[in-house]
Design a protein around this ligand. Structure first.
Ligand code: PBG
Length: 323
């Protein structure tokens, strides 16, 4: 053999050639911005572990949503931070609870131009910080939690939110909430199921963002990062129960699971680049150790390439303006 005639480098020679043959593109419409809205504040509050991300007031949230519309984003995922928390997460399904109030405002202001999504989980609303209600022995009570989720779903659907993001990882949550929505006259409310959600230390900054009082972890309900096959079971169950979109989370550490989901799922696959993934990039960039914009776009393209059609990321607005 002499010098090669097959030369893959040919197609990498110029930016124009590379652009022509790129297999994956990021588009603003594929991106969803997660946002936090906090009750009882009149100016936005910075989240120290997530530079550039804030807890919004209702008004600043609407401004942010308008920026999402202007940038052509696909959607906005809303998390509520209530002033008072209790054991059953009463603020979650209260019609005047901060999340439901915020959803109504957003639906009214931007609902025609942006998909308004609601986080459906109790952890932001419980004083113990778990995603469900607790049994007498302190464990998270799966079936009692389903009743709370159903009530929350009706409150959220009542705001007109287009998509409910079921992030609690209780068994049967998708089917239970689907039945409740259908019975109450909300057959068109979309369920985005956090189907393969792994327990992770990378949720740390989110705990600050929602002022969580959680002690310990969520290992009895979120998946063990050691398991891949188990994710397929979770995905299959959620799809069978009626999930309209399935999600893998965190995203970057689980590209293999995203790829497996994309290969088997008949419904769209989403992935969530979580708070700690964001914080890692920010921290390294702050030290000058990595090029922030480059790593930001690279991380998102990798998640898309693995097979996620929709990407939730705190970089959504910024990334959209750089595409
Ligand atoms: C549950 C929920 C969490 C996140 C999204 N939905 C917290 C958790 O599971 O511990 C984390 C998102 C992030 O870290 O960016 N309500």
């Amino acid at each position: 053999m002499g010098f090669p005639s097959a030369r893959p480098r040919r197609l990498r020679r110029t930016p124009a050639l590379r652009r022509l043959v790129a297999e994956t593109r990021l588009h603003p419409a594929d991106l969803v911005l997660p946002v936090f809205v906090r009750e009882g504040i009149d100016t936005p509050v910075a989240i120290s572990a997530m530079p550039g991300v804030v807890q919004h007031t209702l008004d600043s949230l609407v401004d942010e949503a308008r920026r999402c519309v202007a940038a052509g984003l696909g959607g906005i995922m809303v998390f509520g931070v209530p002033q008072a928390k209790d054991a059953r997460g009463s603020g979650a399904d209260a019609p005047d609870g901060i999340l439901n109030v915020a959803l109504s405002r957003l639906v009214e202001e931007v609902g025609d131009d942006l998909v308004v999504m609601a986080d459906l989980c109790l952890d932001e609303f419980t004083d113990h910080g778990h995603c469900g209600v607790l049994a007498a022995d302190g464990s998270v009570d799966n079936d009692a939690t389903l009743e709370r989720y159903a009530s929350m779903a009706l409150a959220q659907a009542g705001t007109g939110a287009a998509v409910l993001g079921l992030s609690g990882m209780m068994d049967g949550q998708v089917g239970f909430v689907r039945s409740a929505l259908d019975a109450a006259g909300y057959p068109d409310t979309v369920i985005l199921a956090y189907a393969a959600k792994y327990t992770s230390g990378l949720y740390g900054p989110f705990r600050e963002a929602v002022q969580s009082s959680l002690v310990g972890d969520r290992a009895t309900y979120q998946q063990d990062p050691a398991n891949g096959t188990e994710a397929l079971r979770e995905l299959e169950l959620d799809i069978a129960e009626g999930a309209d979109i399935v999600m893998v989370k965190p995203a970057g550490p689980h590209l293999d699971v995203i790829a497996a989901a994309a290969a088997m799922s008949p419904v769209p696959v989403a992935a969530y680049q979580i708070s700690g993934e964001y914080a890692q990039v920010e921290a390294a960039a702050e030290r000058g150790w990595v090029d922030r914009d480059r790593v930001m776009l690279e991380s998102l393209v990798n998640i898309r390439r693995a097979g996620a059609q929709v990407v939730l990321t705190y970089y959504a607005l910024e990334a959209a303006t750089r595409l």
